[in-house]
Design a protein around this ligand. Structure first.
Ligand SMILES: *Cc1c(COP(=O)(O)O)cnc(C)c1O
Length: 819
């Protein structure tokens, strides 16, 4: 499908760019500043998209389409220039235009700040979903926060991570449209007065609240082909004029300004935490702020066409991306009951029928809980509503399971104890008609483990929707050479239907195609080598095996296992126990949460190991270890197309899905991985000969944890290869000038503290790595396998995931629940 709708010509585009250079930027039309060219091109595209948003809205209005609202505290959208040009069908025209003027479009694209409004996979998923909803012509919109500072920039100083603020808005953001006219006002803090109404009924009043103003910033989201342009609405916090004026009138100018600053603080920055909880009041306020702004906006839009709430669940589906927006349950109830005077039962039906919840993690430390006392202070009315929901819910459970007090304790929205806590996952589960996991394995674990009581109550609410990625960004844009080859071979239908890639299978052993395919991989590796040499002054052999582990740094993702493998090979070579047969380049990237000490130590360890190995003359060019700083969407787009081997080696049962794994598969890397998350389904799709699976299975680990039978120390004594590596930590081999730096790793393992089962998986991991080395030497066979991986990656498109959400959740007829 070629984009045809209102495609603009090269000369129109040129005229528009010239216009914005002069009129928006006040620059001579001949300006050759890349920055100016980026801005004026972006403004030109925004003009087109603004018109398209209006057209799209008229279409939705005319057909009374059900709208989907995707609520997420994170949207890791990446740069928009390339993606927008591709989706509007204007990439080639724009590139030619710039080339004719002697300008490289890549340099213009590099001018754009990468909006880091997310931590990792969860935020990136939300971004892929926006692209897919617009491409599939679904009326789907994102609601998020307009953080002034995105995820920190990572710098490396003597091997240690240093965090620098990401002031991404310091320069102008040409994409966003500030909509002051649609601002909303949100109450917060205050207290409850227990009044009675005229008939003597209980009528609580929320009093003495303060007000925050939510100001929307809209970012257009163009679907491929340009027919549909939806938007992502990000709210920034400001102070309420009314509120300020009251203090002004009291004559306290400084306090008024202080208040204003305090309000603005709410959306100052993204919490730099990946799968671990923060527990900070400001984070709770952010979660409430987003939910309250979004629901006000959604209801306002609905009431333009409706007089009551009868059609609300038919006109709006609200998807909660993890528990972060789960206060939507309480806020929607509050709006319906307190502000629109619906009876509780009716409001509850509407709430459940509208909301749905996506779970993203089984890590105990990541399941959100907030102290009851904190909620009482910040949103007292919501706490009351949560108690009422809980009361009615537990009554029904007790009716079904008389006498089972333990069950009530387990499923309650409130965790009793010294500090009473609200369990946000339970709130989301009880208030939704659907809960989904993000891979088949993960959904099974939710059913059997974390949420087994809820599964027994409502099996019909549980669905699996395996994650996906958009091929528009992760192949068409990130890997233009491969995209071109595929289009030339099987047509461009894959761009909107990734299952078409199956047509590549017959080419997997055709010499000409194989040569072109491996030539492209080689060119991508060369390009990445140049980036490595430019940023780190390290020269890399593009013919070496690129073995890549890039993702957030976390113990469960087991960067340590990868480093132990590298140390093992290094010591074998220098001790003459191994003759290297394949040169290898090990590439890492990833940020550590600023307060996560072990993760930060991993970054230091990778650097120290690299320092020793990269300088050791005995190694020659057999191994190189590289850490590329400041992992981001833009960096991922450069690294992934150059990968030979994708490391997906999390402890089984911990990675809910992973999406990095899918990006690598789509770009012709082979995967080495555990049976975790979506790796399980990648094995099913690729076939057992085309992926390297090793290690413990999730049930085996769960069983050992339950029975407490794993002793890491025994593995030290049983396996010489483990001894060598742990002794290297003990003996400061990688910290000669920093004595004792990594001894904690040795001591923990010897103390049976290996909660992520590194030692038990280590020997199987070495074995599979030996197999990989042998297979890589047979380059024709390797290439064949990589082609088959690409051909069989169609399932992992976010188009498939969104179409699953659409059928299984958003447009499923919801019967009034039994509870
Ligand atoms: C895809 C992506 C992730 C998620 O990677 P996983 O390997 O699934 O953890 C994280 N960060 C960025 C920048 C990404 O593009």
């Amino acid at each position: 499908m070629k984009p045809t709708v209102n495609k603009i010509s090269k000369s129109d585009l040129k005229a528009s760019i010239d216009y914005h250079l002069r009129c928006s930027l006040c620059k001579e039309p001949l300006s050759r500043e890349n920055r100016d060219l980026f801005l004026s091109t972006a403004f030109s595209l925004r003009d087109r998209m603004a018109e398209k948003i209006l057209q799209t809205e008229r279409r939705y209005q005319a057909s009374q389409t059900k709208r989907v609202y995707y609520l997420s505290l994170e949207f890791l959208i990446g740069r928009l220039l390339g993606n927008t040009l591709h989706n509007l069908g204007m990439f080639d025209a724009c590139r030619e235009l710039l080339t004719e003027a002697g300008i490289d479009i890549e340099e213009v694209r590099e001018q754009e700040n990468d909006p880091g409004l997310g931590n990792g996979g969860l935020g990136r998923l939300a971004a892929c979903f926006l692209d897919s909803m617009a491409t599939l012509d679904i009326a789907g919109f994102g609601y998020g926060i307009h953080y002034e500072y995105g995820l920190f920039k990572q710098e490396i100083d003597n091997g240690y991570q240093r965090e620098k603020p990401d002031n991404w808005l310091a320069d102008l953001n040409p994409w966003e449209i500030k909509r002051t006219d649609e601002k909303c006002i949100i109450p917060i803090y205050g207290r409850i007065e227990h009044f009675q109404d005229r008939d003597g009924g209980y009528n609580p009043m929320w009093l003495d609240w303060k007000l925050i103003v939510g100001i929307p910033f809209d970012i257009p989201v163009a679907g491929y082909g340009g027919k549909t342009v939806n938007w992502l609405r990000l709210y920034g916090a400001g102070s309420s004029a009314d509120f300020d004026i009251q203090i002004f009138n009291e004559g306290d100018y400084f306090r008024a300004v202080e208040q204003k600053v305090a309000s603005e603080t709410i959306t100052k920055m993204l919490y730099p935490l990946d799968t671990i909880k923060s527990g900070k009041e400001l984070r709770l306020v952010q979660e409430y702020f987003l939910v309250a702004c979004a629901l006000k906006d959604i209801i306002r839009r609905y009431l333009k066409n409706n007089e009551n709430f009868d059609r609300f669940p038919d006109q709006a589906a609200i998807q909660m991306n993890d528990t972060h927006p789960s206060l939507a349950v309480a806020e929607l109830m509050r709006l319906l009951v307190d502000e629109y005077a619906l009876p509780w039962e009716r409001a509850w039906e509407i709430t459940q029928q509208t909301l749905a919840y996506t779970n993203h993690t089984v890590l105990a430390e990541a399941l959100e809980k907030w102290p009851v006392a904190l909620l009482e202070r910040v949103i007292p009315r919501h706490l009351q509503i949560i108690h009422e929901i809980n009361h009615r819910f537990l009554e029904k459970v007790a009716g079904r399971h008389p006498g089972d007090v333990d069950l009530l304790r387990r499923v309650s929205l409130i965790q009793e104890g010294e500090t009473k806590m609200v369990r946000m996952a339970h709130l989301a589960l009880v208030g939704s008609h659907s809960v989904n996991g993000v891979s088949a394995l993960h959904t099974d674990i939710l059913k059997q483990d974390n949420f087994s009581d809820f599964y027994a109550l409502w099996p019909e609410r549980f669905v699996n929707i395996t994650n996906g990625i958009t091929q528009r960004r992760w192949l068409l844009e990130a890997n233009p050479r491969l995209a071109r080859l595929i289009t030339d071979t099987i047509s461009d239908a894959w761009i909107t239907d990734l299952s078409q890639l199956r047509l590549l299978e017959p080419y997997a052993d055709q010499a000409i195609f194989m040569d072109e395919f491996s030539g492209i991989k080689r060119a991508n590796k060369q390009a990445l080598s140049k980036i490595i040499s430019d940023t780190l002054w390290l020269s890399i052999d593009p013919d070496s095996l690129f073995d890549i582990h890039v993702k957030r740094i976390h113990e469960y993702k087991r960067q340590l296992l990868k480093i132990m493998h590298i140390i093992h090979e290094y010591l074998q070579i220098v001790r003459g126990e191994k003759t290297p047969t394949v040169a290898k380049t090990f590439i890492f990237a990833g940020k550590a949460a600023p307060g996560y000490w072990v993760a930060k130590q991993m970054i230091k360890l990778i650097h120290n190991v690299g320092q020793v190995i990269n300088q050791d003359r005995r190694i020659k060019d057999a191994m190189k270890v590289v850490f590329l700083p400041d992992y981001s969407v833009s960096l991922a787009e450069k690294i992934i197309p150059a990968a030979d081997l994708s490391e997906q080696i999390s402890m089984a049962g911990q990675e809910a899905s992973g999406t990095g794994n899918m990006k690598f598969m789509l770009n012709g890397a082979l995967t080495v991985g555990t049976l975790d998350g979506a790796n399980v389904e990648m094995l099913e799709e690729a076939g057992v000969d085309n992926i390297f699976i090793f290690g413990l299975k999730a049930e085996e680990i769960a069983d050992m944890i339950k029975k407490n039978t794993y002793r890491s120390r025994e593995y030290y004594h049983r396996f010489p290869e483990i001894r060598t590596v742990l002794d290297a930590f003990r003996d400061n081999i990688f910290s000669p000038d920093e004595q004792g730096l990594f001894q904690w790793i040795y001591h923990r393992m010897m103390n049976n503290e290996d909660p992520y089962f590194h030692l038990m998986d280590f020997s199987p991991y070495l074995q599979v790595q030996d197999q990989i080395e042998a297979e890589y030497r047979d380059s024709a066979n390797w290439t064949k396998k990589t082609i088959l991986n690409v051909a069989r990656s169609g399932k992992f498109s976010s188009d498939r995931a969104i179409s699953d959400y659409n059928h299984l959740i958003w447009n499923k007829k919801v019967l009034n629940g039994s509870l």
